[in-house]
Design a protein. Structure first.
Length: 95
């Protein structure tokens, strides 16, 4: 699922935001959820990150691609797997 974010300049300069979901099996290792957020924010300071520590899932809205986010998480020591988006309504993710 991709959304469009408007820049402050109006219609010109639109940038695409990708919404993605990851399973992070070692979410509580190292710096824990804060480390996950920091790794993603280092890649894209405007990213929106939501961490569900119980389900070990991380939802990301970012201008970075999913493979870039996964690489940033791997560099920070987290084992991240991108989850496939389910077909159907509401932007649900499988896994």
């Amino acid at each position: 699922m991709a959304l469009t974010r408007m820049t402050s300049s109006g219609m010109a300069g639109q940038q695409r935001i990708t919404v993605m979901m990851f399973r992070v099996d070692n979410l509580n290792a190292g710096a824990g959820p804060d480390g996950v957020i920091a790794a993603i924010k280092a890649l894209d300071g405007l990213a929106w990150v939501s961490v569900d520590a119980v389900a070990q899932k991380v939802r990301v809205e970012s201008m970075a691609a999913a493979d870039q986010v996964a690489a940033a998480l791997a560099s920070a020591g987290y084992s991240a797997e991108a989850l496939a988006q389910r077909s159907g309504c509401c932007g649900g993710y499988g896994g």
